[in-house]
Write a protein that binds this ligand. Sequence first.
Ligand SMILES: Cc1ncc(COP(=O)(O)O)c(C=O)c1O
Length: 405
Amino acid sequence: MKGKKSTAKREVLFFKPSIGRDEEQAVLDVLRSGWLTTGMRVCEFEKDFANFAGARFAIALSSCTAALHLALEVLDLNSDDEVITTPFTFSSTASEILHAGAKIKFVDVDPSTGNIDATRIKNAVTDRTKAVLPVHFAGHPCDMDSIMDIALEYDLRIIEDAAHALEAKWADNKIGSIGDFTCFSFYATKNITTGEGGMVTCDNEIMAEKIRLLSLHAMTKDAWKRYMPDEQNNRNNKYYQIVSRGYKYNMTDIQAALGIAQLRKVEKMWERRKNLVSLYMSRLADVSEIKLMAIENSIKHAHHLMLIKLVPGELNISRDNFLNELRDRAIGASIHFVSLHMHPYYKNKFGFEDNDFPNAAYLSNNIITLPLYPDLSEEDVYYVTDCVKEIIEKHKAKKLVSVTS
Ligand SMILES: Cc1ncc(COP(=O)(O)O)c(C=O)c1O
């Protein structure tokens, strides 16, 4: 297969969700049931998910952003408290620390995985540090042994951003069963999708109940409990009480029906992505002008993103023009991520310079995300990898050769 020729020019989408008959039927059943918002399906999805993640509790929410927000909110942080996280992530990881009223403390990443460099976390801990928020970038789990050791030593809470890491394991431990809270995303391009959606897992019953309460206006009874026939017999049930400052972060039964059907296929879809990543890697392994992300042996990678890194100085084309050339060849490539410290809001508010986190800046300037999803064909991968090589051939930097007489 390795030597197989690529096919003629084709369109390769960046992502396409795998939605089949099961998902269609599941959603149709909900639409016909008469109950569309949070109800039985959400309850079932939460049970299935807790089981899958190896956690006692799973609370379905409207997004991973909501999950991060509520996991931080229940820590009761104040404006002097600090949360350590990575700048090399999506907006929500850091914005939710601010929404929860605390300070962000960025720690640079390991350029081989894009994950927070666990060896630097200890130096960033102060007497105001309350939590660490690692992101399992692209699906490669962070060094959870080191992170949990630091948490124990300094009495810190661990909130994991597992938006990319649904199927991942650190050693034999499923992501979702390690830290105090783990937050997952079911956004349209994630490993399973509910269109939009998220989940937070945890083992602490009191915290789980707090999150559930806050997720729906902090009302003591949700609509399901107020309207179901057996409950209607109880005259007191028409009243709810608002016991805190809540949010509107609940998941609907329509989303949950999709999620249940998707979760049944999760390992099959993972297997397919894993094989596609192996094919990508075998086709690109010998190209010295790019580097592939490291995959440590002892982990299970969730294979959310397929990334290449352009090696600085090897090419006379910028990363952005490389991306344009891929797009000229009808390939939907992308960038994950431009480090948060390089965005205008963070620069203006905190005075960051690009080089404050040099590894995150290096990745931000050199990384490209290639298409990866179960419906991608082997021929698509041949085409994409051939195009990558063609662009590299066209733009190889001319090296000065010193000639000695
Ligand atoms: C690392 C990371 N964290 C959090 C999120 C937020 O997920 P959601 O869109 O479900 O809020 C994303 C979304 O892309 C992400 O990539």
